[in-house]
Write a protein that binds this ligand. Structure first.
Ligand SMILES: *Cc1c(COP(=O)(O)O)cnc(C)c1O
Length: 362
């Protein structure tokens, strides 16, 4: 028997969540974000399951090439654009759309001799202050791209929201306003909304121009907000990270558990050992008390997370025995709750499943 840890991927939940995006933003085109190995769910698997999307977005040329080599014909957008001339040539040969966020990339396009012109998304920085041209540079950059022989006619305009996950923060409406002023009069399709924008800020979806939404985390069935869970948005978890108990033992009051002895049994009690650890992508920083499901019953993690194992307090789970199913997150246990207990976000947990964990489609 192999080690029991595995990540189940529910393809039906992916389709359901895609439909959920459509319902929330019915007038927008859908650019499905599948960077970082589709947030840990498997790039090709997810691309095939989301073939109803209008286009895909990835972070690097390598990811895009994997898609093209597997025969994926959708438009593919490189969210950070290209980093050098060789990449520009490859992007042109494989019909990849590029984000242009920096003068350096603009100059590269202006001096390039490409056999096939490229689709370009011009990125404007409206307050995130990470990537993009300033609002003042938006129109002049757009005009320069229009003159460029290496650029296809329909240039698109985009910006990225910095705080859309906070439904009280007025930065989002200010970013939207800033974007509209910056690109006013330019005849182009727009794209503003990430998952949080799609769910909480309808003014980021649609305007007089045709628009695109860019869902990532919600496709995988996690909430982008710190104060809500996926099911409030009718999203279904796609990944269920699970394993089994490999040991159950009776401990005495005062016994300390695991490395560093950071947790001490308050009474005589039953303790279980689960075959999962940070070597599989379970977060090392998950605190004692982080919920774990054993036979469907929520029990607390106790002690430090090891590379291959964690310990759980089995006082609330009388029927637990070696081989009992353990769910770390997914079906019945929102990844958002585990993330909160580990001082991180669901994005990091989903992306962090390691290569030794078998992926099983269901
Ligand atoms: C990652 C990313 C997204 C998706 O964000 P979510 O919060 O996962 O929906 C959208 N747009 C850009 C530019 C991104 O980099």
């Amino acid at each position: 028997m192999t080690r029991a840890v595995e990540a189940l991927i529910n393809l039906q939940a992916l389709s359901h969540n895609l439909q959920c995006v459509r319902e929330n933003a019915p007038d927008s085109q859908l650019l499905a974000v599948i960077k970082a190995n589709a947030y840990g769910h498997g790039l090709l698997r997810v691309a095939h399951a989301l073939s109803d999307a209008d286009a895909f977005a990835v972070a690097s040329l390598d990811e895009a090439m994997v898609l093209r080599e597997a025969g994926v014909q959708h438009p593919i957008v490189l969210l950070e654009g290209v980093f050098d001339r060789d990449e520009l040539l490859l992007a042109s040969q494989h019909d990849l759309a590029v984000v242009v966020h920096h003068t350096m990339q603009l100059e590269m396009l202006e001096s390039a001799r490409l056999d096939f012109p490229l689709d370009v998304w011009l990125k404007i920085d409206t307050g995130m202050h990470r990537l993009g041209f300033s609002p003042q540079q938006a129109k002049s950059s757009f005009k320069r791209l229009e003159q460029c022989l290496s650029v296809k006619a329909a240039i698109r305009l985009m910006t990225h929201l910095a705080n859309a996950d906070d439904r009280q923060d007025d930065l989002t409406p200010r970013q939207v306003e800033c974007f509209h002023v910056a690109v006013e009069g330019l005849d182009a399709e727009h794209s503003i909304a990430n998952s949080a924008g799609i769910l909480a800020w309808p003014q980021t979806h649609f305007n007089e121009h045709s628009s695109w939404v860019r869902p990532g985390i919600m496709l995988y069935g996690a909430s982008p907000f710190s104060d809500s869970l996926a099911d409030e948005h009718k999203l279904q978890p796609v990944m269920t990270f699970r394993s089994r108990l490999i040991a159950v033992s009776q401990r005495k009051a005062g016994d300390v558990l695991g490395y560093g002895g950071s947790w001490r049994c308050p009474v005589d009690m039953k303790v279980g050992v689960v075959a999962v650890g940070y070597g599989d992508g379970y977060p090392y920083h998950a605190a004692s008390g982080t919920p774990v499901l054993v036979n469907g019953q929520s029990v607390p993690l106790v002690g430090r997370v090891s590379m291959d194992m964690i310990c759980v307090d089995l006082r609330a789970c009388a029927n637990a025995e070696i081989g009992s199913e353990v769910i770390l997150w997914g079906d019945g246990l929102p990844v958002e709750e585990v993330a909160r207990s580990a001082g991180t976000i669901s994005y990091e947990l989903l992306c962090g499943i390691t290569a030794r964990v078998p992926i099983v489609e269901v």
